[in-house]
Design a binder for this molecule. Structure first.
Ligand SMILES: NC(=O)c1ccc[n+]([C@@H]2O[C@H](COP(=O)([O-])OP(=O)(O)OC[C@H]3O[C@@H](n4cnc5c(N)ncnc54)[C@H](O)[C@@H]3O)[C@@H](O)[C@H]2O)c1
Length: 325
């Protein structure tokens, strides 16, 4: 199996590569080669058990996607994206990368004769906008309220049509907010969801821009990778024309997150969270859905995290402890 990871230098891309190295390809398939691509140089760790080729460049520039699919990868993980805060701040760039780039990729795939790879697209809960019911079920109206969410929803529609026409075999997974994100803060409006856990655990101050009552739909990076692998493996015939799936998650308030941090790491650590309200973050993230039934995905074998304490533990064991060691 040949695998292309587009957006490979990002947080989920790096976690996915580590998973492939440890566990093999989707369904345990042996991996023949992995192609990593990102706008910044993807730097693979040494000693991977399969050949890896890295390339860098803006995938939305004409000609780049054609080169990426010329080797006919069997599975494509399309993770490359401008995140929510940047898509809001840089309108044209958001549409160019998130929408035009995806369309260029799909067109490049369509141009390869007798080729229809499995393509997994990381969509987002931001395809839903307020007003949202307490629990969003699988039939709920997709009505985004941000540029990022609109771009994700448009790519979902393209993916459904290119799949219906047999040009590719697509699955769009609508990821919850991923927490705890390792590394440095990014430009996602939901960045604080990870910062208020990660920074205090690293002995640094974190800024909380929203009320503690805000409820969020969260999954760990480990769960996100398991969703990608499951999406690469499932039989897509039962999906019919509806190729987008709401992913399982854990519904918690910011206050419950902080309480879990306090229980795990103590009062002194939890006191490193400083309140500094930001109305833009509060409005946009506050409009995102707070809970999903995810019935279809669960029926297809997607398994989420048990609870928020285990999400916190995943960060401590997989990222914090190795970084300290
Ligand atoms: N992390 C989350 O909370 C979350 C939630 C929902 C959906 N998603 C989606 O999952 C995917 C991966 O998320 P992540 O957290 O790893 O994000 P990330 O920002 O860490 O990674 C995205 C990668 O895409 C690359 N990229 C951006 N523009 C590019 C371009 N023009 N050409 C090539 N590469 C480009 C970036 O350099 C980056 O390495 C994204 O599509 C994101 O929208 C993430």
């Amino acid at each position: 199996m040949k695998i292309l990871i587009l957006g490979a230098a990002g947080m989920i891309g790096r976690k996915l590569l580590a998973h492939l190295a440890a566990n093999g390809g989707p369904g345990g398939a042996p991996i023949k080669a992995v192609l990593l691509h990102d706008v910044v140089d993807p730097v693979p760790p040494a000693g991977l058990p399969f050949p890896v080729e890295g390339s860098s460049g803006d995938y939305a520039v004409p000609g780049v996607a054609e080169r990426l699919v010329a080797g006919r990868p069997d599975v494509i993980f399309h993770l490359a994206s401008i995140v929510s805060g940047e898509a809001e701040a840089r309108f044209e760039e958001g549409y160019r990368v998130n929408l035009d780039g995806a369309r260029a990729l799909f067109e490049a795939i369509r141009a390869v004769p007798n080729y229809a790879p499995r393509l997994i697209y990381t969509s987002s809960l931001a395809v839903f906008g307020a007003p949202c019911p307490d629990v969003i079920d699988d039939d709920y109206l997709c009505a985004p309220a941000s540029s990022y969410g609109i771009q994700k929803a448009m790519v979902e529609l393209l993916l459904a049509d290119y799949s219906r026409r047999g040009f590719l075999d697509g699955v769009a997974i609508r990821l919850p907010t991923i927490c705890v994100r390792p590394g440095r803060p990014n430009a996602a409006l939901s960045g604080f969801v990870s910062s208020i856990m990660r920074e205090p655990l690293n002995g640094q101050e974190a800024v909380l821009p929203v009320e503690e009552a805000m409820r969020l739909w969260i999954a760990s990076p480990r769960a996100a990778v398991s969703y990608l692998m499951q999406a690469a493996t499932i039989d897509t015939a039962p999906l019919g024309a509806r190729r987008s799936l709401n992913m399982p998650g854990v519904s918690v308030t910011v206050g419950e997150q902080i309480e879990a941090l306090r229980r795990r790491a103590g009062d002194e650590v939890a006191r490193l969270i400083r309140r500094a309200p930001d109305p833009v973050v509060a409005r946009v993230v506050g409009d995102w859905p707070q809970r999903f039934s995810a019935t279809r995905a669960i029926g297809l074998g997607f398994v989420g995290d048990a609870d928020f304490a285990s999400i916190l533990e995943t960060y401590i064991t997989e990222d914090l402890a190795p970084a300290r060691a």
